[in-house]
Design a protein around this ligand. Structure first.
Ligand SMILES: [Mg+2]
Length: 173
């Protein structure tokens, strides 16, 4: 079960302490798209998100959008935010993560992953030894595969709560 536990838990992408991530040696941040960067029904990034990516670049990070969604869904975000991206990523499977490590020559300790799902984003990151960061989903509206994941996720959250190692809304870093 520990493989599902995030290293850091924050309300949203805007509540993460990126300067602290920098001090921890993180150089590259992989962002989930749906319900992490934007709600599913939003097709283009808003001004706040565009400024957010500029801020990350100013800090010297390499942000990458790593999504299980289609190329069509990811493209407007990739283009307008001016970041590299990976679509159809099949998180939590290791293939795309390994490809990124190879392509950009990062060590596992230099990569953080931010996402709203334990079963894709957090499990994937933890399997690779990356710093895993959970945020709350922006919206309640979700795609069908996510609804299935959430059913399993509920059980994991319950088990966490029983063990006293995680509680929704109790943020930590
Ligand atoms: Mg998501």
């Amino acid at each position: 079960m520990d493989i599902f536990r995030p290293d850091i838990y924050k309300r949203s992408i805007y509540d993460i302490n990126y300067e602290d991530l920098k001090r921890r040696g993180i150089k590259c941040i992989l962002f989930d798209l749906d319900n992490t960067l934007a709600p599913m029904e939003v097709e283009i990034p808003d001004k706040k998100l565009l400024e957010f990516f500029l801020y990350l670049e100013d800090l010297g990070f390499k942000p990458i959008i790593l999504s299980n969604a289609s190329k069509k869904r990811v493209a407007p975000f990739k283009e307008r935010c001016n970041v590299d991206s990976s679509c159809n990523s099949s998180k939590p499977f290791k293939k795309k993560y390994l490809k990124i490590l190879e392509l950009y020559s990062y060590k596992d300790t230099e990569v953080a992953c931010v996402g709203d799902q334990l079963i894709t984003d957090i499990l994937g990151a933890n399997r690779l030894g990356f710093t895993s960061i959970l945020v709350n989903p922006i919206s309640a509206k979700e795609a069908f595969p996510t609804k299935i994941n959430r059913w399993f996720e509920k059980r994991i959250y319950k088990s966490f709560q029983k063990k006293g190692i995680f509680k929704k809304g109790e943020y930590y870093e």
